[in-house]
Design a protein around this ligand. Structure first.
Ligand SMILES: [Zn+2]
Length: 89
Protein backbone atom coordinates (compact mmCIF):
# COMPACT_ATOMS: atom_id res chain seq x y z
CA UNK A 1 0.00 0.00 0.00
CA UNK A 2 1.26 3.47 -0.81
CA UNK A 3 1.00 6.87 0.79
CA UNK A 4 -1.76 9.18 -0.38
CA UNK A 5 0.61 12.12 -0.12
CA UNK A 6 4.36 12.45 0.05
CA UNK A 7 5.42 15.26 2.35
CA UNK A 8 8.64 16.97 1.31
CA UNK A 9 10.09 16.82 4.78
CA UNK A 10 9.23 15.16 8.05
CA UNK A 11 10.10 16.75 11.37
CA UNK A 12 10.43 14.71 14.54
CA UNK A 13 7.88 15.75 17.16
CA UNK A 14 10.21 14.57 19.93
CA UNK A 15 13.50 16.31 19.18
CA UNK A 16 12.41 18.74 16.48
CA UNK A 17 15.02 17.72 13.94
CA UNK A 18 14.32 16.92 10.32
CA UNK A 19 14.09 13.21 9.63
CA UNK A 20 16.67 12.47 6.98
CA UNK A 21 16.98 8.71 6.77
CA UNK A 22 14.27 6.74 8.54
CA UNK A 23 11.54 7.26 11.03
CA UNK A 24 8.04 6.45 12.17
CA UNK A 25 4.96 7.96 10.64
CA UNK A 26 1.43 7.25 11.86
CA UNK A 27 -1.15 7.13 9.11
CA UNK A 28 -4.84 6.60 8.64
CA UNK A 29 -5.78 3.88 6.20
CA UNK A 30 -8.55 5.00 3.89
CA UNK A 31 -9.57 3.90 0.39
CA UNK A 32 -6.61 1.57 0.10
CA UNK A 33 -3.96 4.20 0.77
CA UNK A 34 -2.20 5.58 3.81
CA UNK A 35 -2.95 9.17 4.69
CA UNK A 36 0.06 10.22 6.75
CA UNK A 37 -0.34 12.14 10.01
CA UNK A 38 2.65 14.33 9.28
CA UNK A 39 2.45 16.27 12.53
CA UNK A 40 3.10 13.12 14.55
CA UNK A 41 6.23 11.83 12.80
CA UNK A 42 9.09 10.60 14.97
CA UNK A 43 12.71 10.00 13.98
CA UNK A 44 14.31 6.59 14.29
CA UNK A 45 16.46 7.58 17.25
CA UNK A 46 13.63 9.03 19.33
CA UNK A 47 11.36 6.16 18.34
CA UNK A 48 13.76 3.66 19.81
CA UNK A 49 15.20 5.59 22.72
CA UNK A 50 12.39 7.76 23.99
CA UNK A 51 9.24 6.01 22.86
CA UNK A 52 10.26 2.39 22.42
CA UNK A 53 12.12 2.70 25.77
CA UNK A 54 14.08 -0.53 25.60
CA UNK A 55 15.38 -0.44 22.06
CA UNK A 56 12.12 -1.65 20.59
CA UNK A 57 10.11 0.11 17.96
CA UNK A 58 7.41 2.38 19.33
CA UNK A 59 3.78 1.41 19.41
CA UNK A 60 1.16 3.44 17.63
CA UNK A 61 -0.32 4.81 20.84
CA UNK A 62 3.13 5.99 21.94
CA UNK A 63 3.06 8.38 19.02
CA UNK A 64 -0.55 9.37 18.50
CA UNK A 65 -3.98 8.75 19.95
CA UNK A 66 -4.95 5.91 17.63
CA UNK A 67 -8.18 5.66 15.72
CA UNK A 68 -9.62 2.40 14.39
CA UNK A 69 -8.04 2.83 10.96
CA UNK A 70 -4.69 4.11 12.14
CA UNK A 71 -1.44 2.30 11.71
CA UNK A 72 2.19 3.08 12.46
CA UNK A 73 4.45 3.08 9.41
CA UNK A 74 8.18 2.62 9.53
CA UNK A 75 9.38 4.76 6.66
CA UNK A 76 12.63 5.34 4.85
CA UNK A 77 13.38 8.60 3.11
CA UNK A 78 14.90 8.18 -0.31
CA UNK A 79 15.73 10.55 -3.15
CA UNK A 80 12.38 9.76 -4.72
CA UNK A 81 10.34 10.31 -1.59
CA UNK A 82 9.07 8.37 1.38
CA UNK A 83 9.08 4.62 1.16
CA UNK A 84 7.01 2.49 3.51
CA UNK A 85 9.22 -0.22 5.00
CA UNK A 86 6.68 -1.83 7.28
CA UNK A 87 3.39 -1.13 8.97
CA UNK A 88 1.90 -2.27 12.20
CA UNK A 89 -1.68 -1.87 13.20
ZN1 LIG B 1 13.79 12.74 17.13
Amino acid sequence: MDLASHPETLTCTECGSIIEDAGYLPATERDGTYHPLVDAAVCDTCGFNDLGMTGCAPELDDVVDPGPDDTLLHVRLTDSGIEVVSAKE
